[in-house]
Design a binder for this molecule. Structure first.
Ligand code: GLC
Length: 481
């Protein structure tokens, strides 16, 4: 099957969050399936251009039309990827090349990614790659199914399009003029893109894609409710027949404590007791916490954003630090109020709390490896990947049972058995503290039980093989539609 995957980010080239991880591992997993041919298209951001590790060759250039605009598109083919995925970066200095390091957040983001959606389709046509299916992701490539139907059917008469929602909070809103000025679409496409007299790109994609997926089964159900759907519940209810949840996997080669180059000691499921103890001591040392082998180290690797459940943690943090024998380490950057809170907490409890307000993939690995308990009290979580990373490194998760957290971390019983971690059901600080306390009690009161749970967590298969085969099943379903 010929598959084209279009996205605004993809590791190892460019990544701001989980979408970038998925766009590294999913194309690769699909390319491993015999008979598949996989193309991945990403913008050629300054960050990628400046990185000499990525060897590219310009294979062609042309003009991309966007409303009244004619914009340059240069197609840069990546020459040094070896897993079979063909990667094209689309070069346009004005939209992607000259700006600061950030990949999102410009005032003209709507126009930038409208351009990208058209340029992707132009590129497929220009290189003569006629995909059986296009898979596109989040608001940044949400215009693809509409452009495909409106303007590219001559080139791609039978191509089907799957749209995947990684996070419904960001929908691609633009003012009403955007439709004529930037998109330049025929009027009959207006109704599917219009919402509240504005343009909503995600709505257009939900209505016009052949199938819609999201990144966990529970999130697919949650999206039927206003609480989770950020205004699109009605639209998704109408599209329920074509909405499926496929829970993400993680890249089990990158995230592997047996070979991870970023951690000081390697270990696997048979050697984790000593391996993790060594990693923990090194981590405590690195972040300036007392090296205490028997004090449980609670960790969090996260964007410091409200929906990650930080308000719950802030509410209980001082109480927990006073009442419990434990340490807390936070790694991440984000909203100023949370950065400040954790810095102050670390000053107040220097022997118990460390806050590393920075983004570092290599320190993240050492945190997964050296931690005992992983906190993820997200208010909503479409899938979440770091809870799986944590389990792979033998760090026991404590999570709010929502979205993908509910699917990937079934709750344990009072003995720490028959599940993978500690969960709480309603979004409430006391319930979170209750789950945390049950976890700490297991650690202090029954260390063998805690280790047994670590062993079970480390033995799970979180690889992409299963999700990739589910994507294939849906691709096939589209082709039969
Ligand atoms: C978004 C979601 C996250 C998910 C990721 C990859 O970042 O917020 O829950 O794991 O996309 O699908």
């Amino acid at each position: 099957m010929k598959i084209a995957i279009l996205a605004s980010e993809g590791a190892p080239y460019v990544k701001s969050g989980g979408l970038g991880d998925v766009m590294e591992a999913l194309p690769s997993a699909l390319a491993r399936i015999p008979g598949n041919e996989v193309v991945l298209i990403l913008p050629y951001y300054k960050k990628i251009r400046d990185n000499e590790a990525f060897q590219v060759e310009k294979i062609m250039e042309f003009q991309t039309t966007l409303g009244w605009r004619r914009q340059y598109t240069g197609v840069m083919k990546l020459m040094n990827r070896t897993d079979g995925v063909q990667v094209y970066f689309l070069d346009n200095m004005y939209y992607f090349g000259g700006r600061s390091g950030a990949i999102y957040g410009d005032l003209d983001d709507g126009e930038r990614f409208a351009y990208f959606a058209r340029a992707c389709l132009d590129t497929l046509a220009a290189v003569g790659y006629v995909p059986d299916v296009i898979q596109c992701n989040d608001w940044q490539t949400a215009l693809v199914p509409t452009f495909l139907n409106a303007m590219y059917r001559a080139a791609f008469p039978h191509t089907k399009c799957m749209y995947t929602i990684h996070n419904i909070e960001y929908q691609g809103w633009a003012h009403g003029n955007f439709f004529d000025d930037v998109l330049g679409l025929p009027w009959q496409y207006r109704s599917s893109l219009e919402m509240n007299n504005s343009v909503n790109m995600m709505k257009g994609a939900i209505e016009s894609a052949d199938l819609v997926t999201t990144v966990s089964e529970t999130y697919a159900r949650e999206l039927m409710y206003p609480y989770y759907a950020h205004g699109l519940d009605g639209i998704l209810a109408d599209a329920a027949w074509k909405l499926t949840g496929i829970t993400n996997g993680i890249d089990t080669t990158t995230f592997n404590p047996a070979i991870d180059p970023h951690i000081p000691f390697h270990y696997d499921v048979d050697t984790f007791i000593t391996g993790k103890a060594d990693c923990k001591a090194a981590l405590q040392e690195e972040v300036g916490l007392p090296v205490e082998p028997d004090v449980p180290l609670m960790v969090m690797v996260t964007r410091l954003a409200g929906h990650k459940g930080l308000d719950l943690l802030c509410y209980i943090a001082r109480r927990v630090m006073r009442e419990e024998n434990c340490q807390l380490l936070i790694l991440g950057t984000g909203e100023a109020q949370y950065e400040r809170f954790f810095k102050e907490l670390a000053e107040e409890f220097p022997d118990k709390v460390a806050a590393k307000i920075t983004f570092s993939l290599s320190l993240a690995s050492r945190v997964y490896a050296g931690g005992d308990i992983y906190l993820m009290p997200s208010k909503s979580e479409p899938c979440g990947l770091s809870q799986m990373n944590a389990m792979r490194y033998g760090t026991v998760p404590v999570v709010h049972a929502t979205g993908g957290l509910k699917d990937t971390v079934p709750g344990v019983d009072e003995n720490g058995e028959n599940g993978l971690g500690f969960t709480f059901q309603s979004y409430n600080a006391d319930d979170f503290q209750g789950a945390l306390k049950r976890c700490l009690d297991l650690y202090h009161g029954n260390r063998e039980g805690f280790r047994a749970l670590q062993r079970v967590d480390m033995s799970q298969d979180f690889s992409w093989d299963v999700p990739a085969s589910r994507y294939m099943a849906l691709f096939n379903r589209m082709l039969e539609q």
